[in-house]
Design a protein around this ligand. Structure first.
Ligand SMILES: Nc1nc2c(c(=O)[nH]1)N[C@H]1C(S)=C(S)[C@@H](COP(=O)(O)OP(=O)(O)OC[C@H]3O[C@@H](n4cnc5c(=O)[nH]c(N)nc54)[C@H](O)[C@@H]3O)O[C@H]1N2
Ligand SMILES: Nc1nc2c(c(=O)[nH]1)N[C@H]1C(S)=C(S)[C@@H](COP(=O)(O)OP(=O)(O)OC[C@H]3O[C@@H](n4cnc5c(=O)[nH]c(N)nc54)[C@H](O)[C@@H]3O)O[C@H]1N2
Ligand SMILES: [Mo]
Length: 710
């Protein structure tokens, strides 16, 4: 007799920006096939929630031969990757004993919580479980700053006073011109349907221009024009565009008067009244490598085509002075009257329609006196401790759903720091670069093995019900249940006495779910909006009653709050800040390195799946000019070196990247050889562990040399 195939809707909760529907076809308790949203869109503005190649390949991840099945205990030198299987009781007891002993001797802040973004979209089964456990245990050292876009967040808060800065993606259809600036959504997802709407906008006749050091798949697919630019130089080009727009009187004076403050000061800087340097297209051309004529043409077109969207990614902001890029882009959006208007944009994408307000996250428990260090300084904080000015002496690391060891710069230092620890715990699906250093590794369930509610990162007005499709793989357990069992052993009462279903109903109590069973069965709820969501529409329609949440109530081109910070490298009007002394190119490392987010991974996940691997290989993009000068041919193995380390990977010699710049997609999990050189193309083997004065992680300001392997 043929057994029945059940189709179970599951959401995808990882940190790519989208949140898609996966339909698990389950037979005899096994996922046999994965399809995606086939339902017709029933609410305007929410197209089908169709999954990417990684989501569709998820069966290969679920049943991967390397997937963790049992708790593991370290059986070799820390980081060696040698482990042995142990029982759940032994694993939980060992972790609890070590936590108690470390708290007793050093206090709770001796535990560093290195959890990160693997379960970003889960309301219940996210990393909240470990914050709650450690908070209830007496505290922890946490990591702060947003490595994705700290510059963008800073700029948005200072300029607009808010982080809900982006309109619904369907609004791209109302743009006559779209500049995709350092934005590559065919690869870095940015909302389930972003590429779909860009394709429709192109069909509708919008002019699309890409400004990027690379001729990306987004540029190749959607844009009529590619403007190659040196990384880290974008602010100069934006400011020169402002110069053209001011000189040719193409700016929207009414908009500036009504909704902004500080344009006069900006104009003085741009026109050279402040420092005798007019920020002409010629001036910017030297800095950016973009011909002056191209800058003039783009400026005129952008200022005279209405409405026009200056749609930026996070790549250009992930540089030294990255916040200036966003502040300058925001100023151009305001100068052209494109903020708050359909078809316009804001110069920063953080959150769109505030869907997050409808769903709460699992509560993080009390708030004891936690210590905190910048994400980029976790290794220094372990190595140097209080003696080095850090707030705690770290003896133990706890990581749930993160791969911080691999995803922050300078993995060689990471290796060194972790080897000094007394104890380390990781929960994951695989023996990741992070888990490899743990003393105890707990095997966690995936979202196929539990139920949850998910909201997209930033775009779309829908929530997903992700139903449990199969029983836990091997001996895997939910992260939250692992924490609950530890809580018992640690003598913590009231960690979690509520069932999953009750939690999900509670966490969605603001979500107006009329029919819970229908929500569960369909796997999603799409909200119908009265009108498409346009960021800052309310402010622009009625500034008197809906001011911006800045101190002045307006868009702050000049920011007194920034001036008050008195940071010499962070001017109160957007400026091109030339490289400071420490950033001046070292002739030893003549090439700019950028480290893109790619379709073959979501950060460090997925590259181990055969289907994904087949779609795109890990290679360094290098222009034929730079390759030729180094005797490098397409496919040659090359060694990439920076001030902090080296990595080896194949070269892809291509005209799709400008001379002087190379790209290594971030996300490969490092493998250090005996000389401490990474052998698999991990970008963070060469990116340093630094941050700027406003906490930006400038991965894309790395300088490297590339040489052909002997
Ligand atoms: N498939 C997939 N999707 C993802 C992710 C993933 O890993 N895989 N990651 C998710 C996460 S966590 C995030 S934060 C976002 C990241 O999204 P982004 O940060 O926008 O993605 P990146 O690829 O780093 O950068 C976008 C583009 O900027 C270009 N770029 C880099 N530096 C510069 C510069 O200085 N100037 C200019 N003009 N362009 C530059 C790159 O070539 C690239 O084409 O994506 C999310 N979506
Ligand atoms: N050089 C360079 N480095 C970068 C970037 C860059 O542009 N350049 N981008 C940065 C950005 S924007 C980001 S957001 C960070 C991301 O950094 P991380 O969040 O540390 O990286 P991920 O690869 O997303 O790690 C997620 C981990 O969670 C695990 N996981 C997923 N689901 C679960 C679950 O349910 N339970 C458990 N226990 N584990 C689970 C996955 O297997 C994976 O190992 O990387 C940063 N690193
Ligand atoms: Mo990110």
């Amino acid at each position: 007799m043929k057994s029945e195939i059940k189709k179970v809707p599951v959401g995808c909760p990882h940190d790519c920006g989208g949140s898609c529907l996966l339909i698990a076809h389950v037979e005899d308790g096994v996922v046999k096939r994965i399809t995606t949203d086939e339902s017709l869109p029933d609410a305007p503005g929410v197209a089908q929630l169709r999954a990417c190649l990684k989501g569709r390949a998820y069966r290969q991840r679920l049943y991967h031969p390397d997937r963790l099945k049992y708790p593991l205990k370290r059986a070799g030198e820390r980081g060696s990757g040698k482990f042995e299987r142990i029982s759940w009781d032994e694993a939980l007891d060992t972790v609890a004993e070590n936590m108690l002993a470390i708290r007793e001797k050093h206090g709770a802040t001796a535990i560093l919580n290195m959890s990160h973004s693997g379960t970003m979209l889960c309301a219940y089964h996210g990393k909240g479980c470990i914050y709650r456990l450690l908070n209830m245990f007496g505290g922890q050292t946490m990591l702060h700053s947003i490595v994705s876009n700290e510059g963008g967040v800073f700029a948005a808060l200072q300029t607009y006073g808010a982080v809900f800065t982006t309109s619904e993606r369907e609004d791209l259809l109302n743009s006559k011109m779209i500049i995709i600036w350092g934005w590559n959504p065919t690869d870095s997802v940015w909302g389930t349907n972003t590429s779909y709407y860009l394709a429709l906008a192109r069909e509708k006749g919008a002019r699309i221009v890409a400004v990027d050091p690379r001729y990306t798949d987004s540029a190749a697919t959607f844009a009529q024009q590619w403007i190659p630019i040196r990384p880290g130089a974008d602010t100069a080009m934006l400011i020169a565009m402002a110069y053209v727009i001011i000189e040719e009187n193409l700016y929207d004076k009414k908009f500036l008067d009504r909704y902004t403050i500080g344009f006069d000061k900006f104009r003085e800087y741009v026109m050279g009244q402040e420092d005798d340097v007019p920020k002409t297209p010629q001036w910017a051309s030297e800095i950016t490598g973009v011909p002056a004529g191209t800058i003039v043409e783009l400026a005129r077109a952008y200022a005279t085509t209405k409405p026009a969207a200056l749609s930026v990614g996070h790549g250009p902001g992930r540089t030294n002075h990255g916040e200036q890029f966003h502040r300058a882009a925001m100023t151009l959006c305001a100068m052209t009257g494109n903020v708050g208007r359909s078809g316009g944009d804001t110069g920063i994408a953080i959150f769109g329609y505030p869907i997050q307000m409808k769903v709460m996250n699992f509560p993080a428990g009390g708030s004891p006196e936690n210590a905190s260090v910048h994400f980029n300084k976790w290794a220094d904080a372990i190595i140097e401790g209080r003696a080095g000015g850090y707030p705690s002496d770290i003896k133990m690391v706890y990581s749930v759903a993160g791969n911080t060891v691999n995803q922050l710069g300078n993995v060689r230092k990471a290796d060194r720091a972790l080897k000094t620890l007394e104890f380390m715990v990781a929960h994951d699906h695989f023996l990741t670069a992070t888990a490899r250093y743990a003393d105890i590794v707990f095997p966690a369930t995936t979202h196929f093995e539990r139920s949850d509610v998910m909201t997209p990162w930033c775009f779309g007005h829908y929530i997903i019900y992700s139903d449990k499709a199969i029983e836990p793989y091997g001996e895997c357990r939910n992260d939250i249940d692992i924490c609950a069992d530890l809580a018992k052993r640690l003598g913590i009462a009231g960690y979690n006495d509520t069932s999953e279903e009750e939690w999900l109903k509670y966490l969605t109590s603001a979500a107006e779910i009329a029919d819970w069973d229908e929500f569960k069965q369909r796997g999603f709820l799409k909200y119908e909006l009265d009108k498409p969501h346009i960021a800052f529409r309310e402010q622009i329609e009625d500034i008197e009653n809906s001011p911006f949440s800045t101190p002045s109530g307006k868009i702050e081109i000049y920011s007194q709050s920034i001036a008050d910070m008195q940071k010499p490298d962070v001017p109160p009007i957007p400026k091109y800040v030339a490289p400071q002394k420490a950033e001046t190119p070292d002739p030893q490392f003549p090439l700019n390195l950028i480290t893109g987010h790619s379709k073959k991974s979501c950060n460090s996940m997925f590259y181990n799946l055969p289907w994904v691997h087949e779609a795109e290989k890990q290679e360094i993009w290098i222009n034929s000019v730079d390759a030729g000068a180094r005797g490098i041919k397409n496919g040659d193995m090359v060694k990439v070196t920076s001030g902090v380390g080296a990595t080896i990977l194949p070269a892809r010699v291509t005209e799709r990247i400008i001379p002087g710049t190379v790209n290594i997609d971030q996300g490969m999990q490092f493998q250090l050889n005996a000389e401490g050189i990474d052998t698999v193309g991990c970008a963070n083997a060469v990116c340093p562990d630094v941050h700027t004065s406003v906490d930006v992680t400038p991965y894309n300001s790395t300088r490297v040399q590339v040489e052909k392997m002997a």
